[in-house]
Design a protein around this ligand. Sequence first.
Ligand code: 5GP
Length: 193
Amino acid sequence: MEVLKQRILQEGVVMSDQVLKLDGLLNHQIDPALTMEMGREFAARFRESGVTRVITVESSGIPVAFAAAHELGVPLVFARRKKTLLADPDAYCERVPSFTKGIVTDIMVSREYIHENDRILFIDDIIANGDAARGVIKIIERSGAELVGFGVVVEKCFQAGARTIREQGIPVEALVRIRSLNDGTVQFDDNEL
Ligand code: 5GP
């Protein structure tokens, strides 16, 4: 997605060879028009998959997942990161290490909002090692629903997450693929998968 590449070049901050700060676009400030465009792009890529629900993880996945769900005309469910006192005691729960926070968090989805006859599109902001995604995928598997695909705004190709998910046979669509962040520069990978 060309417009997104340009925005990443203008507003992204390379923090290290591993981490790209995208607070201006994804993780702190949201551009509603750009986010709706990303949602339309995901919807176009998965329109034929018979999606009945979109799922994401709070908080940075929510805006773009909302945009995709709105475009597809289906509900959006977001996995919550912490158990609250109001949480359903038999919700699906998985423990995932957090790439940016360096801690482990629990994500949970109530059984009320994911059913075995669902066809789920999973949308997230950025994939690195894939720990967060693997947690969500396990929850979908446990529910008996079908995961029809995974749409991610930014795939960092030099980390293994997206590759391992593709190897599981899950269709993965990235709006932008980053090959390297070496020497403080963002290098995109334009190879079609
Ligand atoms: P993973 O579980 O795939 O290792 O990491 C995924 C999560 O960590 C993403 O949802 C994202 O919020 C955060 N993350 C991973 N790498 C980066 C990065 O380079 N920049 C930012 N801003 N967040 C990242």
